[in-house]
Design a protein around this ligand. Structure first.
Ligand code: ACO
Length: 332
């Protein structure tokens, strides 16, 4: 006897991916020349050697985070062969929302014409997309959503202190999206999310809006070495524990997509998981660190390039401010 509808297990599966980069591409040399005009010294050589970054994209002044999100979402919807009106859950992972409120998800919903569905923003900085994907998977498995649009979108250039060379060379703008649909088989095999608020100060934008006024300093601050050490430790641990949860081993990973912050952290993680570097998707060289957008951007580019194919097992790993981290293991 086959499973009845009451007992059939429900999973979620990615059915389409999309992404968007603002047209303005800024090379390390161009950024170094811009910083030199304010007396700040940096070089392509330093940036490539320490981070692997060669260029990043910056949004124009009149672009909003929701514009980038909508462009990525349209790509994902079209790849999934569905219309925005078919979406019943919309999550935007971002730390650079259009407004304090309403959520960027509500603005995206209106721009796409997906009005009426559940829509909210999720804030976990660079772990935001992994968090959002895991939440959407849980809601689909629980039966409270059937077809979700999960977006990571950021305009980090608005948070950068261009007088601080140790941070302003690291980040870029962009967006990535997936459509996640209910399915009889996984899809998402396992996921795990973590946070440790003891490390709030190592990576933060301490300014805030209080009673309508900006209080404090609303630009990014980072203790790069502390972040580096924390990231290297948690990325291996969470990969191992999500694999154990799924009953799989590191040999069963076809592709690793870590958060794209620094090639040295990424290569270290791949090595610890016994994965050859060719099995890791790298976009940090061309995108810089796009925070919550980095993983879905890399996923979409790899899918469109024909590298990641249906049936491949992909490990997504996020890490970022909070401190937050997490992983999602999925069969495409
Ligand atoms: N150009 C030239 N020199 C620089 C630059 C620059 N852009 N930035 C810093 N330096 C100098 C420093 O002043 C220092 O000089 P000094 O020795 O004379 O004092 C020297 O380079 C070394 O600086 P370090 O900070 O020790 O360099 P490090 O090798 O640690 O690299 C980096 C710095 C790239 C930031 C690294 O620590 C790192 O990648 N950390 C992790 C960052 C990360 O992953 N952040 C994203 C997290 S995700 C999120 O949630 C946003």
């Amino acid at each position: 006897m086959g499973p009845s509808s009451a007992t059939a297990r429900r999973f979620s599966r990615v059915t389409g991916t999309g992404s968007y980069l603002p047209p303005k591409r800024v090379t390390n040399d161009a950024l170094a020349a811009q910083l030199a005009r304010s007396g700040i010294e940096t070089s392509d050589e330093w940036i490539v050697e320490r981070t692997g970054i060669r260029a990043r994209h910056f949004a124009d002044d009149d672009a909003a985070c929701s514009d980038l999100a909508v462009a990525a979402a349209r790509g994902a919807l079209s790849a999934a062969g569905c219309d925005a009106r078919d979406i019943d859950l919309l999550i935007v992972a971002t730390s650079t929302p259009d407004m304090v409120f309403p959520s960027t998800a509500c603005i995206v919903q209106d721009k796409l014409g997906a009005n009426g569905c559940t829509a909210f923003d999720l804030q976990a900085v660079c772990s935001g997309f992994v968090y959002a994907l895991s939440v959407a998977d849980s809601m689909i498995r629980a039966g409270s959503a059937t077809r979700a649009l999960v977006i990571g979108a950021e305009i980090f250039s608005r948070l950068l202190d261009f007088s601080d060379r140790s941070t302003c060379v690291l980040f870029g703008d962009g967006a990535g999206a997936v459509v996640l649909e209910a399915s009889d088989e996984p899809g998402i095999v396992a996921s795990e999310l973590h946070a440790d608020g003891r490390h709030v100060g190592v990576l933060c934008v301490p300014g805030t809006v209080s009673a309508g006024h900006i209080a404090g300093d609303p630009l990014l601050k980072m203790d790069g070495q502390a972040v580096f050490k924390l990231a290297v430790g948690v990325l291996e641990d969470v990969a191992r524990s999500v694999l154990a949860k799924a009953g799989r081993t590191d040999r069963q990973i076809d592709w690793l997509i870590p958060h794209q912050a620094n090639i040295r952290i990424m290569l270290g993680t791949a090595r610890k998981l016994n994965l050859p570097a060719e099995r890791m998707i790298v976009t940090v060289d061309e995108h810089g660190n796009t925070s919550a957008a980095s993983i879905p951007l890399a996923l979409d580019q790899a899918v469109r390039a024909g590298r990641i194919k249906r049936g491949d097992t992909v490990l997504l790993e996020g890490v970022g401010g909070g401190f937050t981290w997490g992983a999602v293991l999925l069969d495409m």
